[in-house]
Design a protein around this ligand. Sequence first.
Ligand SMILES: Nc1nc2c(c(=O)[nH]1)N=C([C@H](O)[C@H](O)COP(=O)(O)OP(=O)(O)OP(=O)(O)O)CN2
Length: 142
Amino acid sequence: MIISRKIELDYGHTLPNSFSFCNQLHGHRGIVVATVEGKIIDREGDPQEGMVMDFKFLNDIMMKHVHDVLDHGFAVWKNDHEDLAFITKRNKRVVITDEPPTAECLAKWAFNQIIPHLPENVILKNLRWYETPNNWADYEGE
Ligand SMILES: Nc1nc2c(c(=O)[nH]1)N=C([C@H](O)[C@H](O)COP(=O)(O)OP(=O)(O)OP(=O)(O)O)CN2
């Protein structure tokens, strides 16, 4: 069985090599959807009986390890030296990425933030990162 949870966050980024206005310092209202797969818990009396996992616990993981790390912060590429110097001086919340902080990169980042915190026997199937309502990336792991 597959279930999904969605959260939203506000973040800034820039794609310094982009030919378009994406090379500006700018912000997005990101939407993050984590899709997990597992067996339905059938232990009688278990608070999660009938669930793959309680949506609340999935939400808690996403909020702590994605939202609270990047919300109102900035994602900046380690090779973007000029912006990195300014942003790390100016902002408390900064996620430094190995690649330009595209939707693809942030989907991968969020996937890796969530996966260590899932209960045993629950698999992260997909992480969808909406950069805008019309643009998103899906990451299913390596
Ligand atoms: N493959 C990718 N392409 C682009 C990315 C990305 O992360 N991965 N990012 C950008 C820009 O940062 C931004 O997302 C593009 O903004 P825009 O084209 O303005 O998107 P909108 O949804 O706001 O535009 P509409 O025309 O209203 O649909 C560029 N490319």
